[in-house]
Every structure is written in C-alpha cells, then in structure tokens.
Design a protein around this ligand. Structure first.
Ligand SMILES: [Cu+2]
Length: 65
C-alpha cells in the first residue's frame, strides 16, 4: 500500500512515521520517500490502521489510490 503524507518534510518526520507504522505492525516493511511524501508499506494490516497511527503521531495521511 502507498500512503501520502504531505507534511512529512525531513528525516525527523520520517523517523516518527516509521515508528508509528512499526507500532501497528512490527514486521511491516516500510519504505519512505521524503521527496515525494510517500510512505510505502508492506503489511497484512489494513491501510486505515496505518493512516490512524500516522495521524495520531501528528501528521496528515491518506491512502494513495
Ligand atoms: Cu520533519
């Protein structure tokens, strides 16, 4: 799945987001591209779980269609 996180602007943001993702699924594979504000996640958990966790961490997130 691919999430769009428009306010992820630096390595600090991506670190916070990576932790939020791994709190949902410790075995998730996370690939973050700051330049395109994209968080790619390989996981069996539903995308909305990750969207909620990222929002709780203080960022806006949406599923990229
Ligand atoms: Cu930042």
């Amino acid at each position: 799945m691919e999430l769009q996180v428009p306010d992820m602007t630096c390595g600090h943001c991506s670190g916070v987001i990576e932790r939020a993702v791994q709190n949902v699924d410790a075995r998730a594979k996370v690939d973050i591209d700051i330049a395109t504000r994209t968080v790619r996640i390989e996981s069996t958990r539903p995308a909305n779980d990750f969207v909620s966790a990222i929002r709780e961490a203080g960022y806006s997130a949406s599923v990229r269609a």
